[in-house]
Design a protein. Sequence first.
Length: 210
Amino acid sequence: GAAPRGRLRVNTYVPFGVHRLIPLLPRFLERYPEISVDLVLTDSVIDLMAERADVAIRAGQLGESRLVARKLGQSRMVVVAAPSYLGARGTPRLPAELDRHNRLAFGFARYSDGWPFADGTSFTVPVSGNAMASDGEAMRLMTIAGAGIARLARWHVQPDIAAGRLVPVLEDFNPGDVEPTHAVYVGHGKHLPARVRAFLDFLVETVRMA
């Protein structure tokens, strides 16, 4: 029955940390003044035990694991480019035309080797370009700067689309696939520390991924 307290170690992928979690942290800390948060942002996959993290927040489909996960939401994926890039290189009208464009890649293993499209049948286009990014937020900024075309979660780039900084392309071939976001942790029931339970409940209550 004691109030949640202690150090809460949270590891999150960068876009979620920047755009969702950090803006909510003051509210969480005000609600639970005896909890201190140790926050690490990285898109790299980590070992919770090795990193001594209480909670890891990750995007994408989860692999087989003994860890417990709570889904926080999901978002449709979208292929985007900056108006400056499209003005200089042209706008692809068909997925095959991506061969003439710079497709920005991530510098770590992803769940797919290519971008999925659908036109009656499903197919993928390999990612090939002259620039890579270490995380989704760096990818977003590179795309806004006009470095190339990227595929990112709609929630992540929706403000940029609304402001005209990014433009969706090839939407007629978008397969409508979604990328879920989960909070992953160790333990459950009475074995779950109160500070972790409080944080998970707070995320489910407050996070919006649309």
